[in-house]
Design a protein around this ligand. Sequence first.
Ligand SMILES: [Zn+2]
Length: 469
Amino acid sequence: MYEAVIGLEVHLHLKTRTKAFCGCEAEYFGQAPNTHTCPVCLGLPGSLPVPNRKAVEFGLKLALALGSRVPERLLFHRKNYFYPDLPKNYQISQYDLPLGQGGSLPLGGRAVRIKRLHLEEDAGKSLHLEGRTLLDLNRAGSPLIELVTEPDLHTPEEARLFLQRIQALVQTLGISEASPEEGKLRADVNVSLRRPGEGLGTKVEIKNLNSFKSVQRALEYEIRRQTEILRRGERVKQATLGFEEGSGKTYPMRTKEEEADYRYFPEPDLPPVPLPRAWLQEIRASLPELPWEKEARYQGLGIKPQDAEVLAYTPALARFLDQALALGEASPQALANWLLADVAGLLRERGLALEETRLTPKALARLVALFERGEVTSRVAKTLLPELLEGQDPEALVRERGLRVVADEGALRRVVAEVLAAMPEAAESVRQGKLKALEALLGQVMRRTRGQAKPEVVRRLLLEALGVG
Ligand SMILES: [Zn+2]
């Protein structure tokens, strides 16, 4: 048996208003080609870059959240290579003194170590159309964080989970939308196999994976491929691979440049940027509650560990839950159940995101509280949920439609008597010990009370009336 050793390289687009080294607007998604460019990001001679303070601040937020070491000053390097969509023929990046070194991200009860994270600019885009190649340089010069992990992951599933957690973290920090579908989160993965306890095997790199699913599928395929090679007694060749979505297979891309090929040298147009410790303190103090801190807090409130984890790492749900909890009306676990089961199920059914509905934390908290206080049955509460998505107030609905639990046992006994008279055969079956028939009677009473009776009360009254139990 072989063990997979996986490392990730994640590219995150920072949500700054302007690009990394010029004043062009950084939000280019869906815009007409080459409308967000200027002499600096087009690499015209004589133009000079100016570092974007916000991009540095965003990068520092991530570094501090992950517990990475931050240098005294920020150095930029040129990474030289030729590519048609890289007009300067070099990329401003960082080399031996990155924005952050070390640190870790919690995953499944352990820590995945971070090797480094650095700030760099993105390249433009080549569009290959009908035998021609067109260039769109709107993306050129947008600020990116490249985050590299140590090879601490061991399964494709873990790699996917790690990316989802990084996504949740940067969304919580408000520094990146990290939407793979808009190319704002891209990943390269490297993977090698070894027998447990042995040294690292030869690794291959798979480049430009643009969805969580591709990361998982590419790794699954590559682990199978390498396992077969090793079983045949052959060696895995070091390679840079691409991944084809359609076939689900990896393919060789190009031989990997050696670091020396990039001829890194200090960017002469950018002096080092000092990173005063007071500024770091300020940024650290401004960090919001991080997902793993949220997870611990939710558990402390009595939310089941598994639910606490899902909620804490889904920023939209966590925000909603926190607002609902702040009202103090419903219990934390009940809110968690409703959010993760009923609300999530209804949203899935309708293909909507939570923020696309008019459901408010207050409305959900009130509905859950009505149910928890025993004022409405779970069935009634569930039937009201779709209307809450339309922005309705649960208490008003319950009041207007008279949906409160029928707590008057006298009234319920009368319904029970009616049902028993209407269904004599079922009643007789139950008297003879066939308790299955009880469900039919129960269902009938529930229908006649429009779901407003508590099933356990109805069951007890039925058994009493039948002289059973
Ligand atoms: Zn520009």
